[in-house]
Design a binder for this molecule. Structure first.
Ligand SMILES: *[C@@H]1O[C@H](CO)[C@@H](O)[C@H](O)[C@H]1NC(C)=O
Ligand SMILES: *[C@@H]1O[C@H](CO)[C@@H](O)[C@H](O)[C@H]1NC(C)=O
Ligand SMILES: *[C@@H]1O[C@H](CO)[C@@H](O)[C@H](O)[C@H]1NC(C)=O
Length: 759
């Protein structure tokens, strides 16, 4: 029986993961083109999967990753003339059928890559070599728990042909490394025969464990100039080339990989296996777009055309070891621990309180969890009359608030209180001074309570008891409440009939009120207007960046506002969920949101996660022991996520724990806490500035496919590009365990390139 369930789940996994997301949005004249996993669950160590999509015509000016190093080892985006397979998703290392060009690579939480002004990668236009995009994702490990991945890359396409096109030139050596040497050199060299001047602006090095230094120089006349030099044991990102550099016709280009083979007893061949080696230097450059491609046979040097010149003249400084940088070396090597989110507890009661429907949850400043439940009351069809008046005006007789202390292994019961005070409990919040705020859809009130021991005293009451209304003095089934830690002002999501958010001062004066009902015509997801609601159901604040997140329940999205009520963006995708019941902003982690009901499209309920700095959900998780039935509230703190359910049979409290290497994942988050940008509505606006200022050369575009053909011709290598472990492996594009993780300590310093630096 278990087997049947497992097989069923596997089928589901297959079905879901075989789709990929490609979504288009527009911002000004730029088109945004998403290439994303559609909820893939890696099944093995070093799981390689690819999604393929036909390229939309345009010019890539920016790559915006939506991925996390705690889940993903690296992502490579290839441009192909033909994808390896006709399907849009496959497992394994295959990428293109025929020529392939790496357009972008991502690892270690690198932020967006914006190309210099007037520089772009052309794709999809008539005559372009790139007609398909294949995104290859390398998962180092299966996830812990039931986790689906939605990582991807947002491409920003300009419709305008740029003055310069970007390309990548690759030096690659196929020579084996002799054993027993402290320093062994693999030399590569080629003359540049093209006409257009090349402007290198970034480089990347790649070897396996034996590499010590990789450098490249250009010799023009008698003068040798360094293109780049890096320790390949450091995280293998693209590094900016500091000095403006030009490579002209007949210049001599050379690169050397220095290896340490002193502990080897046999020659080590080049190849993809961990026991093999690789020797690569990638040079990213731009050139005038109107001139013919200087590398019709591939932008690659797989040769040593003037070995004597290299042997005699190669500058010694290109071969010396770089100063040790233990942190980077560590980061480059650490094989990450598996990532995951796993259910740890599923509780029907805490202490002597058996949960009724759990409608709300909140943490106080001591990280105690307040659980707001309905005791024996159930909100049913006859709970309200046609005028939204509560029919049975008897309160919940049980203690409606239960306080627990999550201590890692369990949730310790602290106390419970609040009997006979609430009618249909809904939302709860606890401020830093310990005041408790509740919304009661039964009374249509929002109340601030002073809690002394286990007794509650109302200190501020908003709304008129049992009287629904649309005006400033009334609510109608108010759903969510959140309080700013800055000034104690109160935000209320109101709620089931009013479709608005109200902002009150600490003393209860109405400051602002916004939102309209979504019209029936705008219910279609693509036509949803920002700022219009269909049941604002939960609300969560990010005080640091003054962002407010509202679960726009029946519109199936999270809307992002600033504190002035300006709608900034929305996060949603009707293919995966049709409603969003609850949303929580968790400092240090980002956003968690959960739908409350299956839809006809998607029957599986997950908690979705939008990591800090991202504009879209990147992964989702659900229990392993059972499926969610009616999740109603999600709240997260530290490494734990709590979900409350409202099943008719009573409430259920889940605790999930995140498995994430300490310090990982968080590192990237410094880059854009405020940058939750739109994904659905098309109006990508405020908030995105944080990200776009990170102009970082991370990785690369490169034209390798043609180069490979050329190389193969020269070396009489026959390669079926679908076959794993081919020459492709040597170029560092193929499945291999490079462990080039993670920790982006260096990314701000030596990897950041401003557009202005490049010209
Ligand atoms: C879009 O293109 C038009 C015509 O080329 C130009 O006038 C306009 O400024 C562009 N708009 C943006 C937002 O770039
Ligand atoms: C490679 O270059 C280095 C440095 O110039 C030199 O010492 C070595 O002899 C060269 N190796 C070959 C095989 O030419
Ligand atoms: C969160 O972390 C803090 C500090 O490490 C700890 O004191 C607290 O108990 C944790 N809270 C939860 C809910 O795990």
């Amino acid at each position: 029986m278990h087997t049947a369930i497992v097989i069923g789940l596997l089928c589901l996994v297959g079905a879901v993961s075989a789709r990929h997301i490609t979504k288009r949005e527009t911002s000004g004249n730029e088109t945004i083109f998403n290439v994303q996993m559609s909820g893939y669950t890696p099944t093995q160590d070093d799981d390689y999967v690819s999604v393929a999509i036909r390229a939309k015509p345009g010019y890539i000016v920016k790559f915006e990753p939506a991925a996390g190093a705690e889940r993903i080892h690296h992502i490579l985006l290839y441009g192909c003339t033909q994808p390896a397979f006709s399907s849009d998703f496959w497992k394994g290392g295959a990428t293109c059928n025929g020529p392939s060009h790496i357009l972008y690579a991502w690892a270690r939480n690198a932020p967006s890559l914006e190309l210099p002004e007037d520089v772009a990668f052309p794709i999809g236009n008539p005559g372009d070599a790139v007609q398909y995009l294949v995104m290859q994702v390398h998962y180092a490990h299966p996830f812990v728990g039931n986790v689906r991945d939605f990582s991807g890359i947002k491409l920003h396409l300009s419709p305008v042909k740029p003055k310069y096109v970007a390309q990548v030139y690759l030096f690659v050596s196929g020579e084996p490394i002799p054993p027993g040497l402290d320093a062994s050199y693999n030399n590569m060299s080629c003359f540049y025969r093209g006409d257009p001047v090349l402007h290198p602006f970034a480089f990347r090095t790649h070897t396996h464990a034996m590499g010590r230094v990789v450098s490249a120089f250009v010799k023009s006349g008698d003068e040798w100039t360094q293109i780049g030099k890096r320790n390949p044991q450091w995280p293998q990102l693209f590094q900016k080339i500091e000095k403006p550099l030009e490579i002209k016709k007949n210049d001599f280009m050379s690169a050397i990989c220095r290896f340490d083979s002193h502990d080897k007893t046999e020659a080590v061949p080049m190849g993809s296996m961990g026991s093999n080696e690789m020797c690569n230097f990638y040079m990213m450059f731009y050139r005038l777009a109107d001139e013919p491609d200087p590398f019709p046979y591939g932008a690659m040097c797989g040769d040593n055309e003037a070995s004597n010149v290299v042997a005699k003249e190669y500058p010694a400084e290109g071969l010396t070891l770089l100063p040790s940088h233990p942190e980077w070396e560590h980061a480059g090597h650490q094989a990450g621990a598996p990532f995951g989110v796993k259910d740890k507890l599923a509780l029907h009661q805490l202490g002597d309180v058996t949960f009724g429907q759990i409608s709300g949850m909140a943490f106080d400043s001591n990280d105690q969890l307040y659980i707001f439940h309905r005791g024996s009351k159930v909100w049913g069809a006859y709970t309200f009359d046609a005028n939204n008046q509560l029919t049975d005006k008897t309160p919940v007789s049980e203690n409606a608030i239960v306080v627990g202390n999550p201590n890692g292994d369990s949730i310790e019961f602290v106390k419970s209180f609040g009997a006979d005070l609430f009618f249909i409990p809904h939302g709860i919040f606890v401020d830093d001074s310990g005041y408790v705020y509740t919304t009661d859809v039964g009374t249509h009130q929002v109340i601030k309570w002073k809690l002394s021991g286990s007794s509650l005293a109302a200190v501020l009451t908003l709304g008129e008891r049992f009287v629904p209304g649309p005006d400033e003095g009334h609510f109608c089934k108010p759903a969510g409440v959140a309080v700013s830690r800055h000034d104690g002002s109160i935000f209320v999501a109101d709620g089931y009939c009013n479709n608005r958010v109200l902002h009150f001062s600490k003393s209860g004066r109405l400051l602002h009120n916004w939102g309209t009902a979504s019209t029936a015509a705008s219910r279609e997801v693509s036509r949803l207007t920002l700022g219009a609601f269909n049941l604002p159901h939960d609300i969560s604040l990010d005080d640091e960046h003054e962002r407010m997140y509202v679960a726009d329940r029946e519109n199936g999205r999270v809307q992002v506002f600033d504190y002035a009520g300006n709608a900034l963006s929305a996060i949603g995708d009707s293919r995966f969920f049709g409603n969003v019941y609850s949303v929580d902003y968790c400092p240090g982690h980002g956003l968690f949101f959960v739908p409350g009901l299956p839809t006809s499209e998607e029957t599986e309920l997950n908690v979705y996660t939008v990591p800090l700095g991202s504009s879209n959900f990147q992964y989702a998780f659900r229990p392993t022991q059972a499926e969610f039935k009616r999740p109603h509230i999600v709240r997260a703190r530290n490494q734990s996520i709590f979900v409350g359910e409202i099943s008719d049979g009573g409430g259920l409290l889940w605790q999930f724990d995140m498995f994430e290497e300490a310090g990982r994942g968080k590192k990237a988050m410094h880059m854009g806490g405020a940058a939750m940008v739109s994904s659905e509505s098309g109006s990508v606006n405020a908030g995105s500035s944080t990200q776009s200022t990170f102009v970082v050369i991370l990785i690369v575009g490169l034209a390798v496919g043609m180069a490979l053909l050329y190389y193969m011709r020269r070396h009489r290598v026959t390669v079926n590009s679908r076959t794993p472990h081919t020459l492709l492996d040597r170029a560092g594009f193929k499945p291999l365990r490079t462990d080039d993780l993670d920790d982006d300590d260096d990314s701000d310093d030596d990897l950041a390139i401003k557009a202005s630096d490049l010209k």
